[in-house]
Design a protein around this ligand. Structure first.
Ligand code: SF4
Ligand code: SF4
Length: 89
């Protein structure tokens, strides 16, 4: 294992693991998801570069790997229903 390949470090597909400058251990969750606005389009789940989300039984996103969220903004900028907001931006 190379030095930068730390266990638990977010993995962006096709790239080396990145060190996450955000630590959610003592703070709020990285994101808020308004599930009443979400229409389960799958965009956030598909586009997240570090695979933070998993779909629930209705296809709506669940924050499954919060520690891997790098606050890249892709999910909330692409959500057509403005259902995702960041607690850190
Ligand atoms: S901001 Fe959204 S798309 Fe970016 S890493 Fe976090 S959950 Fe994934
Ligand atoms: S992009 Fe928005 S509407 Fe689509 S699944 Fe994600 S939260 Fe729901």
């Amino acid at each position: 294992m190379m030095a930068e390949e730390q266990a638990g470090a977010p993995q962006v597909a096709g790239k080396k693991p990145v060190k996450n400058k955000y630590d959610y251990t003592n703070g709020p969750a990285p994101l808020n998801i308004n599930l009443s606005w979400c229409k389960a389009c799958n965009i956030c789940i598909a586009f997240c570069p570090t695979q933070v989300f998993e779909p629930d039984r209705d296809g709506k996103p669940v924050i499954a790997r919060a520690a891997d969220c790098i606050q890249c903004a892709i999910c909330w900028e692409h959500c057509p229903d403005f259902a995702i907001t960041s607690n850190y931006k």
